[in-house]
Design a protein around this ligand. Structure first.
Ligand code: CTP
Ligand code: MG
Length: 183
């Protein structure tokens, strides 16, 4: 596949996994998922950066993104997500974005165990936990849809370009004051 087309297709297919985190940043706050509790090591289980509102808002954001993409495909004649029926692909969008947020939560769990405070950087894990979360969860629950959309080239491209995109977007979020640190 031509490189530019591969890049564009990868970003297109990854969007419902990319946007949940941004929506979580925008709507997050309130009650933390770990309810403020500590793990056996005396540190927070997840920390104040993982909230119920961020989680639900993130899933809604991923689903919304997918629905808009589905509509755009129907109008423009591109057929990726729209090669599936609406109920099935809605399920996929929910699972894909839930996986992204679950990966992000797992990343925070690991960070706290390594004594990295909330918001502290953990290179590679910060940039890829949600990608693996989205891939793994959708592969486990909807392998047919996942494998037909995400071929090997797309998966590899996603793993390479996501850290770059992630750093760019977080830097923007930091600049507009939505994040305290640029990672
Ligand atoms: N957020 C949230 N709920 C989530 C995920 C994210 O409320 N499930 C919000 C929080 O306000 C969080 C921000 O989005 O601070 C940025 O997310 P992230 O970078 O993942 O969290 P950090 O604050 O960096 O915390 P951690 O060190 O645990 O990654
Ligand atoms: Mg962070």
């Amino acid at each position: 596949m031509e490189i530019l087309k591969l890049l564009a297709l990868t970003i297109w297919l990854m969007l419902p996994a990319y946007t949940p985190n941004n929506f979580a940043v925008l709507v997050g706050g309130g009650k933390p998922i770990d309810l403020g509790r500590k793990f056996v090591d005396g540190r927070r289980i997840l920390g104040d950066g993982k909230t119920f509102r961020g989680f639900m808002g993130g899933i809604s954001g991923g689903l919304l993104t997918g629905i808009v993409q589905y509509g755009i495909e129907k109008l423009s004649g591109f057929v990726y997500y729209s090669s599936f029926g609406l109920p099935e692909i809605l399920g996929f969008f929910i699972i894909f974005s839930t996986g992204a947020l679950a990966g992000d939560i797992l990343g925070s769990f690991v960070k706290r165990r390594l004594a990295i405070e909330r918001g502290g950087p953990f290179p590679v894990v910060d940039q890829l936990d949600f990608v693996f979360g989205a891939f793994l969860m959708s592969y486990m629950i909807m392998p047919g849809v996942f494998l037909s959309l995400f071929q090997r080239d797309v998966i590899l491209t996603a793993i390479i370009i996501t850290p770059v995109l992630h750093i760019l977007v977080n830097f923007l979020a930091y600049k507009i004051g939505k994040k305290d640190v640029p990672w």
